[in-house]
Structures are given as C-alpha cells and as structure tokens.
Design a protein around this ligand. Structure first.
Ligand code: SF4
Length: 470
C-alpha cells in the first residue's frame, strides 16, 4: 500500500467534509464501543486477563528468537515450509515465487494486515495470479479499489447504500439496502471462488510455539475455508504474533473478541496445525508460512518494543476521538488510529509519517481500552520528542512548546494568564459561544464553538467550594 501519511492534515480535511464517511463512522465506532463496554462489564476476569496477556507478551518479546525458533521447528515437523522476509520487497518476491512454484492462478485471501504492509495482492497479480478477497469488508473495498480503513472492519467507511451500488456495478446484483441480502450476494459470488482457487491466503492472529499452529479468529468462516479447501495454504504473519504455549491461547481469546467487537467469543476460532495427514477429511496438501520482519527486529531493540504486544483488536481506533472523526484513510497507510500513529512511524520511519504522533488529543482513551496494556499516549509523546530531535518540527512549533512548558512550570504566571484570558474571553464572547474565529483560533473554532468563559476562574471556584465544604 502506498505511503501517504505525511498528508494527514489534508486527508483529514477531506474526511471531515465527506458526508457519507461521517455517517458511516457515526454508525459504527460508537456501536463497537458500546458492545465492548457491555462485554467487558459482563466478564469480571477481564482486568486479570489483561495483566496476564501483557506479561505473556513481554516474555515473548524478551525471548522472541527462542519462541520463533520453537515455532518454526514444530511447524516444519508437521510439513509446513517456513520462509522469513527481512523486508517488504523480499516478502513480495517470496510470495510470488511460492505461487509460481505451486502453479497457482487463482487465490482466495482472508484479511491480513501483514499482507497489506507488503502490498501482497500487487505482488501476486504481477506473477499472473488473480487474488480474490474473501472477507466481506475486504471484498467490498477490493471492488471499490480502496484500502482498508479499520483493522477489523476494513469497509467501516462504506454505507450500505454505497455497498449496494458497488454490487450492482461489479456483480450485476439488484439494488437493496438489506444487509442480509448484501451478505448473501457476496457469499454466492465467493463460494465459487473458494471451490476453484489453487491457494488460500491468510494472516494469523497467533502463532503457537509449542505446537507450530496458526490461530485464525474470524466471524465469517472465510479464513477457515481458505485454509482447508484449496490445495495450498499460505499464511503471511508478522514475527511478533508468536505466543509460547497453546495453554496461553485462552487468555488471548478472552480478550480479543471482547475488545474487537464486544463478543464473548468470535464465531470461528480455527487452529491450523500442519498439512493434511493421511485420514484427514480436509486440509491443504502444501502449506507455507511467510514470517515478516519488515522493521520489527529494529523496534524490538528500541524503547518502543511494547508496541509489538499489539494483538490488532482495533479497540484503540474505536475509542479515539481523532479516528472517530477522520476514519482510517486519513492516516495514509495500513494502520490507523492510535496504533497506526505509533506503529507506522516505527515501521516506515518518522520522516515518512511525521504528522501521525500529533494526531492525538492524548486523552488516554486508547490506553484504557488496550487489552495488552500498551502505553500508547506515552509512545505518542515520545515520538513527538523524537520528531523534534530529528528536525521534523518547525521553529514555530518548538518555540510554542517551550513557551507552553515555561508557563506550565510557573503556577503564579499561569494563574495571571488565566485571569487575563478570562476577562478577555468575557469581553470578546459577550456572553455567547462563538464559532469561526480568525487565525490563530480558526483551527479550534472551525468545527466547534468557542464556549463562554466561566464567570469566575476555576481556582476561585475551587477555593469557594473548599470553604463551603469545610
Ligand atoms: S494497540 Fe491495543 S487496543 Fe490498539 S489494536 Fe493493538 S491491542 Fe488493540
């Protein structure tokens, strides 16, 4: 996928004025959050599972080479061919070679963000292979010629009306606004592809070191069908997805669906262990796993290594007020929301994604919902500091921040400025909230009104309240 992260501000302006996108985001992110909150409230062991999952992932990061080595050994014992790609170009070359050597002309693919990272579809199409996306959301955006805009809901930016229009144009289906009917149309179209594809392509939610298994967590069953129906199965997976033992899996399964979609368990959890054995009713004759490094080893060595704990649940996207407003495409690459604002600069380099760490109000909602306790706001702040050190901040931004820090360190000065601002605010607003203020306030007041300042400063109100309660 082409990198466009430095255009975040321009992309955001476009997103904010896109009515269909705003409607689609309004319908979905809030619903995800409500479902997540209900699922978490109904499961008293959630916090304990978070602690445990975070600890398991920290152990994995401390011994990644050993756990990966064990995974490869166990997978190879079961007939799997494991490949490792250092970078995206190498990964594309390996994927195309596998398809050519296996004589594949049609592949059905389930959702994989790792595959998006390396522009997998383009690589296979360059090798003469037709790739059909089989996840409903991915199928929709493939028809639209777009990239995913959410980790777990790639077509979250599309309304049902837009989807129906696409199905009419590309599949010759009649127009409808019934979601079950739209799903039925996609199912009919995809079933034939599953039955004729030579290769199924998937990602993996987890790689289990002690059994050499891949774990696929889906709601549509397409991952399972792609993994067992075609003759060849290829899984494209980041190296950080390994977990030590099968016994660790339940901890993550308690967290992932609840965090992602508010489900206690997803519709399908598939554990794929090796190729088809004698007597197995189904399964791939040949199986390849393409492990992606693509910058992960470098992250592992540095101060942001905890970002590799991410299990790609998407909860931080749904909780983020910036993502809720601009959607995923504004972030200009594969990953969006708070995880994208941290991970993209780390994977592609800060100069290629400099605005992303600033795409946050630092409200902390992302860290509150993250099931593996990644300190996302801390990382965003640290990346802002790195951007300054790398000369990616303007002199005006640096001077502004220095001035802000200088004031915040002096309580008396801050109080004096607050008093003056309160008086000026009362004078200019004349008791009414105002919008559309000129620069330098235009960025704040373009889309929301400047509120009337309180009649008394907070400090004064606080003193009065304390006096009353004493
Ligand atoms: S950073 Fe945390 S909340 Fe965000 S996708 Fe990853 S695991 Fe989920």
């Amino acid at each position: 996928m082409e990198l466009d992260a430095n255009a975040f501000a321009r992309n955001s302006r476009k997103a904010l004025s896109d009515k269909a996108l705003q409607e689609a985001l309004g319908r979905t992110t809030g619903r995800f959050m409500l479902h997540r909150a209900a699922a978490v409230a109904a499961f008293p062991g959630f916090e304990e599972a978070r602690e445990r999952a975070s600890a398991i992932k920290m152990d994995v990061l401390a011994h990644l080479d050993a756990y990966l080595g064990r995974f490869v050994e166990e997978a190879e014992k079961r007939g799997v061919v494991v490949h490792v790609a250092r970078n995206a170009a190498q990964a594309r070359e390996i994927a195309a070679r596998i398809a050519r050597d296996e004589g594949v002309t049609l592949a059905v693919k389930s959702k994989s963000m790792a595959a998006e990272e390396i522009s997998f579809n383009e690589a296979l199409e360059g090798a003469g292979v037709t790739v059909v996306e089989s996840d409903l959301g991915e199928f929709i955006i493939q028809l639209a010629g777009e990239a995913p805009s959410h980790i777990i809901a790639p077509a979250v930016h599309k309304t049902r009306e837009e989807v129906s229009l696409l199905f009419e144009r590309h599949l010759g289906e009649p127009r409808t606004d019934s979601i079950p009917e739209l799903v039925g149309m996609a199912r009919r179209h995809l079933r034939a592809k599953f039955l004729s594809a030579g290769m199924g392509v998937s990602g993996a939610n987890f790689l289990v070191a002690d059994t050499g298994s891949l774990v696929l967590v889906t709601n549509e069953g397409n991952g399972r069908m792609g993994a067992v129906l075609p003759r060849v199965h290829l899984a494209v997976v980041g190296i950080e997805k390994v977990i030590p033992r099968m016994a660790d899996l339940p901890t993550f399964l308690r967290l992932l669906p609840r965090s992602a979609s508010g489900q206690a368990i997803s519709s399908y959890v598939s554990i794929v262990t090796g190729t088809k054995r004698a007597g197995d009713p189904e399964g791939p004759e040949r199986m390849h796993i393409l492990l992606l490094d693509c910058g992960r080893s470098a992250i592992l060595e540095g101060k942001y290594r905890e970002i590799l704990k991410c299990i790609r649940c998407g909860a931080c996207l749904n909780a983020c007020p910036v993502y809720q407003s601009v959607g995923g495409h504004a972030y200009g690459w594969v990953y969006s929301g708070p995880i994208g604002a941290v991970l993209t600069p780390l994977l592609v380099g800060l100069p290629g994604a400099a605005p992303l760490p600033d795409a946050s109000t630092l409200c902390g909602a992302c860290a509150e919902v993250c099931p593996v306790k990644i300190p996302l706001p801390d990382f965003l702040l640290e990346l802002r500091s790195d951007a300054r050190d790398q000369g990616l901040k303007t002199p005006g931004e640096i001077a502004g921040m220095k001035g802000y820090a200088g004031v915040m360190k002096r309580a008396g000065l801050l109080e004096a400025i607050e008093r003056i601002a309160g008086v000026l605010g009362q004078f200019f607003t004349k008791g009414k909230a105002i919008g559309g203020m000129p620069y330098p306030f235009s960025g704040w007041t373009e889309r929301r009104d400047f509120p009337v300042p309180a009649a008394q400063p907070f400090r004064k109100q606080w003193k009065i309240r304390r006096g009353v309660t004493r």
